[in-house]
Design a protein around this ligand. Structure first.
Ligand code: NAD
Length: 300
């Protein structure tokens, strides 16, 4: 397929490169020159504007920081929606708010395009290794048409429902992940102060009812779980600032739907405090440092 790829950052760059490796013709655009150069080195053909990347494209993929950027690229002053031939397949893989995803899909439909929201899980490693999971919202037809793209960039794609359902699933999943990580940070800090070695608590809890995905993969203490960022001074991984963004999106969705999410709200507050204190660039597991800092000296 001939593909326009807009947003060639940490995630988009390797995703576009994997589409090239899968045999697609990819024309890429990013506002940042270094991102353009890196992608060009990986076989992506550089375009000088989003419109230039989209010329003749059968599919457009966006991988941008937030809803405002995605909205600008599609419907802003030089937005690509108006310039595309009818019935182009549009896939927004960015993590954005549900409301913007739904509005954009409706707007694209008016111009005769099919649009999917398809946020991902798997991080930069998943983007590089083409092992991302896509959570997709939109029509079944568009989902099937986009399969070769998902296959080129990931190992799993799940259609969650209509427009916005992919973003909704991502918001729920990451709210759960953020809450789980704070729970782990609290339990392992408390355990240590009660005299239980982290490796002992892990051996017990990982085989008991307290077990979670976050515990098995991202335990916030070093030396136990190989894939944990705690072994590398909390180098991300999945940055705490990104977790804060996702928790904020979940809180917006909760407010819009009148859903009570007290733990989600608390998690957003704690990650907010951690990011404000300078931790935004660390892995989200580093939130254990906030819990440790808030804890008293403990009993000898
Ligand atoms: P990034 O900041 O590395 O990349 C975003 C890129 O978009 C940048 O290169 C920026 O220059 C470019 N950009 C911004 N506005 C633009 C515009 N108008 N036109 C063209 N390019 C523009 O971010 P990332 O880590 O690649 O994340 C991208 C998206 O993926 C985000 O929505 C993020 O929440 C989501 N995500 C990230 C991860 C992760 O681990 N990094 C995991 C899952 C999902």
């Amino acid at each position: 397929m001939r593909i326009a790829f807009i947003g060639l950052g940490n995630m988009g760059g390797p995703m576009a490169a994997n589409l090239v490796s899968a045999g697609h013709e990819v024309h890429g655009f990013d506002l940042a020159e270094p991102a353009m150069e890196r992608a060009a080195g990986l076989g992506v053909q550089p375009a000088h504007s989003p419109a230039a990347a989209c010329r003749g494209a059968e599919a457009v993929i966006t991988m941008l920081p937030a809803g405002q950027h995605v909205d600008d690229v599609y419907t802003g002053q030089d937005g690509v929606l108006a310039a595309l031939p009818r019935a182009t397949l549009l896939v927004d893989a960015s993590t954005i708010d549900v409301a913007t995803a739904r509005e954009l899909a409706a707007r694209a439909g008016v111009d005769g395009h099919q649009m999917l929201d398809a946020p991902v899980s798997g991080g930069v490693t998943g983007a590089e290794n083409a092992t991302l999971t896509f959570m997709v919202g939109g029509d079944q037809d568009a989902f099937e048409a986009a399969r070769p793209l998902f296959d080129g960039m990931g190992s799993k794609a799940v259609l969650a429902g209509g427009p916005g359902a992919g973003q909704a699933a991502k918001a729920c999943n990451n709210m759960l992940l953020g809450i789980s990580m704070i729970g782990l940070a609290e339990a392992f800090t408390l355990g240590e102060r009660l005299g239980i070695k982290p490796e002992t608590l892990f051996a017990i809890s990982s085989a008991a009812s307290g077990c979670s995905w976050a515990m098995l993969h991202h335990l916030p203490v070093p030396g136990i779980v190989e894939t944990s960022s705690a072994n590398r001074d909390f180098e991300p991984g999945f940055a705490a600032a990104m977790m804060l963004k996702d928790l904020t999106l979940a809180q917006e969705a909760a407010a819009e739907t009148g859903t009570a999410t007290p733990l989600g709200s608390l998690a957003q507050g704690l990650y907010g405090e951690f990011v404000e204190g300078g931790g935004g660039g660390l892995d989200y597991a580093a939130v254990i440092r906030l819990i440790q800092a808030r804890s008293g000296p403990g009993r000898a």
